[in-house]
Design a protein around this ligand. Structure first.
Ligand code: RIB
Ligand code: CA
Length: 318
């Protein structure tokens, strides 16, 4: 098995933390570093959380790189109602006492430039860091082996507004920059992340009963998300948005992919961050937008088995 070098660009965030845990528990991946961006919580909080999650996983050898503290153009928006004020729900992790390793945008530019075609970027927050890297070094995103992006909503409503998903809504200008960069983008939109729900019953049966540091963290971290889901959507469980982006890297066979032409709205009063896919029944060459690979379906049962098995340290259940 060849090991895939990856960089996680993230706004931790509960599901970001779960994505980090899945990546660090997957032998197929070598996590070169974690770059942090303002999103679910302010940059400083997200940076602290990234360091703490690496401490939980015993991987403080992996560098945390500090990226953008605000979107390219718009004012910052956060999602503390979903992730809690700390960004990790009700979980409390020890501070590993490790310093950050450097600047996030510089880390992206240097790593991609030094290792063209080798490194997979897995971006699970607003795309500000990736856009700044592209602005600093035009064409640098095309040097990534692939850019897996958790973001957007195509045939599915948004979750921040009726039209837009949070990561694209938080920084629509950055999202458009990445989509138009010519990089090999694999989109993981709400269309596929809304297919997988980790429910209370499975949490109680598969997680709470474990009574380990990881299982206790997971149970505490998801409490605010569970409450938010029940209060707003009547759902009895949480979405695993960001872990699914890691899933594309570790188990691509679980996903069905459709290639579309699309772009991102940046000006709309009601539609900023909306993904506009050209789904018209017309000839491919006259469709509008950039050609992007989009995951549209996932084998939910097998993904949940893989996720829980690896994150809880029991090896893949699938
Ligand atoms: O819309 C879901 C995305 O927004 C996830 O990445 C979540 O962590 C938030 O950043
Ligand atoms: Ca995120």
């Amino acid at each position: 098995m060849s090991i895939l070098p990856v960089i996680l660009d993230t706004d931790p965030g509960v599901d970001d933390a779960l994505a980090m845990m899945l990546a660090l528990s997957s032998p197929e991946l070598e996590v070169l570093g974690v770059s942090v961006v303002s999103g679910n919580v302010p940059l400083a909080t997200g940076t602290e959380n990234a360091l703490k999650v690496l401490g939980l996983m015993g991987r403080t050898d992996i560098g945390v790189y500090v990226g953008a503290d605000r979107p390219l153009v718009r004012d910052p928006v956060y999602a503390k109602e979903v992730h809690g004020n700390t960004g990790l729900g009700q979980a409390r992790l020890a501070d590993p006492g490790v310093a950050v390793a450097g600047d996030g945008v510089a880390f992206l530019v240097e790593t991609l430039t030094d290792r063209p075609g080798e490194v997979m970027l897995i971006a699970v927050g607003p795309l500000t860091n990736l856009a700044l890297a592209e602005q600093q070094s035009p064409g640098v995103l095309q040097k990534a082996r692939q850019v897996v992006v958790m973001g957007g909503a195509i045939r599915e409503p948004g979750n921040s507004t009726p039209a837009a998903e949070f990561n694209f809504y938080a920084d629509p200008d950055a999202a458009r920059c990445v989509i138009q960069s010519g990089a090999q983008v694999m989109l993981v939109p709400l269309d596929v992340t809304h297919q997988v729900i980790l429910g209370r019953e499975m949490l109680e049966k598969e997680v709470a009963s474990q009574n380990t540091d990881r299982s206790r963290f997971l149970m505490d971290a998801v409490q605010d998300m569970l409450r938010f889901a029940e209060q707003t959507g009547g759902r009895e469980g949480i979405y695993l948005h960001d872990p699914l982006a890691v899933g594309v890297a570790v188990a691509p066979e679980l996903f069905e992919v459709e290639t579309m032409r699309l772009d991102v709205e940046t000006q709309g009063e009601l539609t900023a961050g909306q993904v506009v896919a050209d789904l018209r029944e017309i000839r491919e060459e006259i469709r509008q937008g950039r050609k992007v690979h989009c995951t549209i379906r996932v084998d939910c049962e097998r993904f949940l088995g893989l996720f829980l098995g690896r994150v809880l340290g029991r090896g893949s259940l699938s």
